[in-house]
Design a protein. Sequence first.
Length: 286
Amino acid sequence: MPTNLSTSRPKLLVADLDGTLLHDAEVFENRSITQRSIDVIERAHDAGYQFAIATARPVSTGLKFAQMLPVDAVIYLNGALIDFDPSHSDFESLTSASAEDNPNLVKIGFPAQRACEVCLQLLKSMPGLQLGIVMNDVRYTNFDVRQYWKTQAFQYTNFQMEPDGNVPQGTADKITIFPEPDQWDALRPLIPDDFSISISEGVMWMLMNPQASKEHAIRVLCERLGVRIEDTVAFGDDLIDINMMRAAGRGVAVANANPKVLEIADEICPANNEDGVAQWIESWLQ
């Protein structure tokens, strides 16, 4: 564990949602943030700390938490979408095709045509693989996503572009794959070199533009918000948080984090269900 961490007050706090800032629940849709966390983050913001969310969630399930907090920026889709004007954003403005022309948004994806090509290639080698394309907060999939998320919009697809299929032209955010455990070893070498692989909660594989990551996003945040990377604190729990936490001036893992995250953390705070992030921030507000 590093011993040369700065003791000066940080300027930017960046927190993951699921498993970190949010409390757990039996179903995904019931995960929640407590009033204690909201109040502490508001106090920190009033005291001059900037605050941002960094989540793999799409807008449809992440926006409500952004609207509950005094956020200066929101990283959605693991870094494929960054919103620098969250106080004026709504679902339509964040998910419309015109979002690519919004100067307050940063979109980092890949052509929908390329996404279709990759999905068809994977299915040719592994028929029956559950996968889909996420684009403008719609999931174009070959399976019913309600087995994982009850409220997210999806359309069955043959992974063909319009007019032969239903995948529209434009920029896709990511490809999601839900391989069975015995498919992992066979799947990995099939992933094209122009995509990076992130695995969320040990279940969902995300194929993304290599620049669409929480690490890259926190660097973009610092540049746009005028904060040195050394003056940031990143909170996380999952493998996809590791590089962001390493890039930050201080990486703080919640106690319930993946063992590999705990191993690289500069500090460990109490678990998410104990409002560990709030407790850590409170210690700096005293």
